[in-house]
Design a protein around this ligand. Structure first.
Ligand SMILES: Cc1cc2nc3c(=O)[nH]c(=O)nc-3n(C[C@H](O)[C@H](O)[C@H](O)COP(=O)(O)OP(=O)(O)OC[C@H]3O[C@@H](n4cnc5c(N)ncnc54)[C@H](O)[C@@H]3O)c2cc1C
Length: 404
């Protein structure tokens, strides 16, 4: 077993680390200040566009896309350590590199399942970072962790489909740059096979009947950096039949394919968030004195730091193993590991960030440190892309099958 990075990964890591030091970290405060002065908080601060231009110039662009025709052609194992580095500044770095969710998953869908016309119209501007996109599946009225519950109708009418439904927590949709929605709904709600009832369809933002109604909050935050998480209405929305992605009834299968790589990306970024929290924890512990000695000399702080380091090393190995399996035996063969990382990573990283918050006292919950935002972001990943319990259910059923 070889734990070393290969030459390409190593070279990209070094360039990315330098990009983070020279451009991303210094831009964090600038972005906050610029956003506060924007006419709408959903607009993009100028510094973000500058970061994108610089990343593209340096060839640190679309690294997530394994397809060499459209992206960098990296394997999951090569990209994962790079995603980790971007997780250290989750508000800026993934966007700067055009590697931010939900665009990454949407670009993968278009690259894998989109036809030539769909790729030309939507994939190309997404790859160029000119527009953003959203993925609309979850609905307030039904338990959407079970995708078979989705009620949005996609009904064929001549050369068009008519879409009716209500979605919420649609990430990125508040950003005016978000020009295209991939919508999951049912084309055959009464079909015998509940996994063939769903389809995915492209809906441009300016289509009559599509209303981005409001920004849902996350623990009281409006998540401006990620384009918010919107409630979106589809009322008699008509799009050409050619907007369907793949075939009717193929939506469930596409959703499964979309989520595999996305989970590696989320988990590696989470590990980067944990690394940032550990760094902040250590810096604070040596700089802050209470009851006559630095916090770094308190035994309990040693325990926090040591436990955090052990947990991060364990998680990283598991995520990298999963990436390697996906590259070598495919997403299906990596099923148990993909579920495992999605269960283990967010909750462990939430705990690590929480301890860093604790060590910072009131500063930890404030806007002067990134910890509160990191915590809220990590906590939502116990829900987004499927709640913990759904992954536990799926993993346990597969494990039990061996004994039935
Ligand atoms: C910040 C954020 C961003 C998001 N972005 C998007 C997006 O861009 N697009 C999109 O479509 N959706 C998005 N979501 C929605 C997310 O994917 C859903 O919230 C998630 O799939 C759960 O669906 P639900 O909220 O309907 O919860 P429900 O399905 O109602 O589940 C509620 C709870 O029930 C429990 N539960 C469910 N099933 C089981 C089970 N089998 N066993 C035990 N317990 C169970 C779990 O604890 C679960 O949390 C986002 C959510 C958040 C918080």
């Amino acid at each position: 077993m070889d734990f070393a990075f290969d030459a390409r990964t190593q070279e990209l890591r070094e360039r990315l680390l330098a990009f983070m030091d020279e451009h991303v970290y210094p831009a964090e405060q600038v972005a906050h200040e610029q956003r506060a002065a924007l006419a709408s908080p959903w607009d993009t601060p100028a510094v973000v566009e500058e970061l994108k231009a610089e990343a593209r110039k340096q060839g640190l662009w679309n690294l997530f896309l394994p397809d060499a025709k459209h992206g960098a052609g990296l394997t999951n194992l090569q990209y994962a350590p790079l995603a980790e580095i971007t997780g250290r500044s989750p508000q800026l770095a993934p966007t700067a590199l055009n590697c931010a969710a939900p665009d990454t998953g949407n670009m993968e869908v278009l690259a894998q399942f989109g036809n030539e016309a769909q790729q030309k119209q939507w994939l190309e501007p997404l790859l160029a970072g000119e527009i953003r996109s959203a993925f609309a599946m979850t609905e307030p009225e039904v338990a959407s962790s079970d995708a078979t519950n989705i009620t949005t109708h996609i009904e064929r009418d001549g050369d068009e489909y008519v879409i009716n439904g209500r979605k919420w927590y649609i990430s990125g949709a508040m950003n005016p740059l978000c020009q295209i929605f991939i919508v999951m709904g049912k084309t055959d709600p009464d079909g015998a096979d509940i996994r063939r009832q769903q389809s995915m369809i492209l809906v441009p933002r300016d289509t009559p009947g599509l209303t981005v109604k409001r920004a849902m909050q996350v623990y009281g935050y409006e998540d401006h950096y990620h384009g918010g998480h919107a409630e979106v209405l589809f009322e008699n929305v008509r799009v050409p039949a050619s907007n369907l992605i793949g075939e009717e009834g193929g939506g469930f299968g596409i959703a499964q394919a979309r989520l595999g790589p996305g989970r590696i990306h989320h988990c590696m970024r989470l590990i980067g968030m944990a690394e940032r929290a550990i760094e902040l924890m250590c810096r604070r512990a040596v700089a802050r004195t209470a009851f006559g000695k630095p916090l770094a000399q308190q035994g309990v702080v040693h325990n926090w730091i040591a436990d955090a380091r052990v947990a991060v090393e364990q998680l990283r190995l598991l995520v990298l193993k999963t990436a390697w399996l996906m590259d070598t035996v495919g997403n299906k063969g990596a099923h148990t590991e993909i579920q495992s990382i999605k269960i283990a990573t967010p909750r462990t990283v939430v705990d690590i960030i929480d301890q860093a918050v604790q060590l910072h006292g009131a500063g930890g919950v404030s806007q002067d440190f990134p910890l509160a935002e990191l915590w809220a972001g990590a906590r939502t990943l116990r829900l987004a892309d499927g709640p913990d319990e759904v992954h536990q259910r799926s993993l346990a059923r597969r494990e039990l099958k061996k004994y039935l």
